[in-house]
Design a protein around this ligand. Structure first.
Ligand SMILES: Cc1cc2nc3c(=O)[nH]c(=O)nc-3n(C[C@H](O)[C@H](O)[C@H](O)COP(=O)(O)OP(=O)(O)OC[C@H]3O[C@@H](n4cnc5c(N)ncnc54)[C@H](O)[C@@H]3O)c2cc1C
Length: 416
C-alpha cells in the first residue's frame, strides 16, 4: 500500500516513519529544499522537544483540544518522545522550567534523528516538492498533485502545518484542499505571538524584562475589579514579560496571545499584569508605609527597585507620585502604586501577526477527525495530523509533543 505524507515537519517525519515500519510504501513530500525547517529554528535553535510531565500534564494545557489529544498523547507521551530520541542517539535533558531539550542544545540533531529514523524505516523523502492539491479518485485511490506530476496513493496523510512563520513554507496550503473535500476549517489565527500595544512609558522601556509576573486576560465589558472578583478570567500565566518598542513579548505575553486573538476584537478583552505575584496587597501596603526600619527615609523607587528592574520601578513610581521617601508618600499615591503593582492594565491593540506567531490556532475542526487514528471522518483514506489541526498549546514543548503524538497516530492509522 502506498501512503503519501505531505509536509516533512515534526508530525510528517514521525508519521512517515511509523507507516513505513508497518510495511507501507511511503513517500514524504516537502516543499522546501530543506526538511524540518521549523525544528531547526525552534527553541532558539535548541528545540524544546517536549515537557517533563505525563500525558495528562500535556493534554491539560490544550484547552478545547484536551479531550481530542487524550488518545494520541496517551499512546505516545513525553516519556516515549524522550525514549524515541534516546534510541536515535539524541539524549535529552530536563531544564528547571520542565522544558526538555537535546543535551547537545542543537536542534539539528533532533531534525537529523527524525530524518534518519524515517529513512531507515524505508521512507522516500522528496524535498523541493510542493503539493498543489489532493484529489480523491475513487474509494481506494488518491491523486496528489505536485508541479508536473500526479502521485497516486491509497492513503494520504496531511501534515503541512499551520500558516505562521510563512517564510518556513507553512502558508496554510492544505486548508483550501481540505475545505474542498468537505472539512470545516476553524478560522486560523496567530497564537504564541508578541502583542502590539503598550503606552509611551512602556515602549520607552523597550528591552526591560519583568522576570516573574502574572498576566491575565479578562472579558473587557465585565468591569475588571481585580483578583478574587467575579469577572471572567479567560487565562492566566506566570512567567517573564518583555517590554518592547511595539508592545509586549516574552513567554507570559505570548502564552496568553491566542486567547486574545480568539476575541472578536481586542477591545473585548483586557490584559492585566500582577507585577509582584508573591506579595499580597496588604504586604505591599505594609512595606510602602513601614517606618520602623530607617524612619521611612528610603525612597519609594528604591523599595520598588527591590521587586522590579530599577528603570521600570522608576517609571512606575513616576506615574503615581514624584519620587519621595516612604515617610512622605501620600496615602492616595500609595493606593495608586499598589493598584499599578497588582493590576497594571497593559493596553493591547493587535499582534505581530502570522509572520511572528510561533503557532497557528484554528485549523481542521477536531470533530471531523478520529482522535485515535487521525482519520478524516469526512473522506475515506485521508489522515490529518500536527498543527494543521485546530490544536495549539503553550510554550514549553507542548506543540512538538502534540505534533509527534498525532503524527504517530496518523502513521499507524493509515496502515490499518
Ligand atoms: C520560531 C519558532 C520556535 C518554536 N519553538 C518551539 C519549541 O521549542 N517547542 C515546541 O514544542 N514548539 C515550538 N514551535 C512550534 C512548532 O515548531 C510547531 O508547532 C511544529 O513545528 C508543528 O509541527 P507540524 O509538523 O505540524 O508542522 P511544521 O513543522 O510546520 O511542518 C509542516 C511542513 O509542511 C511543509 N508544507 C507546507 N505546505 C506544503 C505543501 N503544499 N507541499 C509540501 N510541503 C508543504 C512545510 O514546508 C513544513 O516543512 C516553534 C515555532 C516557531 C515558529
Amino acid at each position: 500500500m502506498r501512503v503519501v505524507v505531505i509536509g516533512a515537519g515534526a508530525a510528517g517525519l514521525v508519521s512517515a516513519a511509523e507507516a513505513a515500519r508497518r510495511s507501507a510504501d511511503v513517500i514524504l513530500l516537502e516543499k522546501n529544499n530543506k526538511i524540518g525547517v521549523k525544528i531547526l529554528m525552534s527553541g532558539g535553535t535548541r528545540c524544546n522537544v517536549t515537557q517533563d510531565t505525563d500525558a495528562v500534564g500535556i493534554t491539560g494545557q490544550f484547552a478545547h483540544a484536551q479531550r481530542f489529544l487524550q488518545a494520541s498523547v496517551g499512546a505516545f507521551p513525553p516519556a516515549a518522545v524522550v525514549q524515541m530520541f534516546q534510541a536515535a542517539g539524541v539524549p535529552t535533558k530536563v531544564e528547571p522550567t520542565g522544558k526538555i531539550f537535546p543535551i547537545s542544545d542543537r536542534a539539528i540533531h533532533v531534525r537529523d534523528a527524525l530524518r534518519s529514523a524515517a529513512e531507515e524505516a524505508g521512507v522516500t523523502i522528496r524535498s523541493g516538492t510542493a503539493v498543489s492539491g489532493i484529489e480523491r479518485i475513487d474509494d481506494d485511490h488518491w491523486a496528489v498533485a505536485t508541479e508536473g506530476e500526479s502521485i497516486q496513493a491509497e492513503r494520504v496523510i496531511v501534515t503541512s502545518g499551520g500558516k505562521s512563520y510563512p517564510g518556513c513554507g507553512t502558508t496554510g496550503d492544505a486548508y483550501q484542499w481540505l475545505k474542498r473535500l468537505g472539512h470545516t476549517i476553524v478560522a486560523p489565527r496567530p497564537a504564541l505571538v508578541p502583542l502590539v500595544g503598550g503606552e509611551h512609558w512602556t515602549r520607552e522601556l523597550s528591552g526591560v524584562a519583568l522576570q516573574d509576573c502574572r498576566v491575565s486576560v479578562h472579558v473587557a465589558n465585565q468591569g475588571f475589579q481585580g483578583p478574587g472578583s467575579k469577572t471572567r478570567t479567560l487565562v492566566t500565566r506566570r512567567g517573564s514579560l518583555l517590554l518592547t518598542h511595539f508592545g509586549f513579548s516574552g513567554p507570559a505575553a505570548m502564552d496568553v496571545s491566542g486567547v486574545m486573538t480568539a476575541a472578536d476584537s481586542f477591545s473585548d478583552v483586557r490584559l492585566i499584569a500582577d507585577l509582584v505575584p508573591d506579595l499580597t496587597e496588604q504586604e505591599i501596603r505594609f512595606l510602602l508605609t513601614d517606618r520602623s526600619r530607617d524612619g521611612g527615609r528610603r525612597n519609594v523607587s528604591t523599595v520598588l527597585g527591590g521587586w522590579l528592574p530599577q528603570r521600570f520601578a522608576n517609571s512606575l513610581c513616576a506615574r503615581a507620585v514624584e519620587d519621595c521617601s516612604i515617610a512622605q508618600l501620600p496615602r492616595g499615591a500609595a493606593n495608586d502604586l499598589i493598584l499599578s503593582l497588582k493590576r497594571l492594565p497593559l493596553p493591547v491593540s493587535g499582534t505581530r501577526g502570522f509572520t511572528k506567531a510561533e503557532v497557528t490556532a484554528g485549523g481542521v475542526s477536531l470533530a471531523e477527525v478520529d482522535p485515535k487514528t487521525m482519520a478524516s471522518r469526512i473522506v475515506k483514506g485521508l489522515f490529518i495530523a500536527g498543527e494543521v489541526l485546530d490544536v495549539d498549546g503553550p510554550i514549553g514543548g507542548y506543540n512538538f509533543q502534540a505534533a509527534f503524538s498525532t503524527g504517530r497516530a496518523a502513521g499507524i492509522g493509515a496502515t490499518l
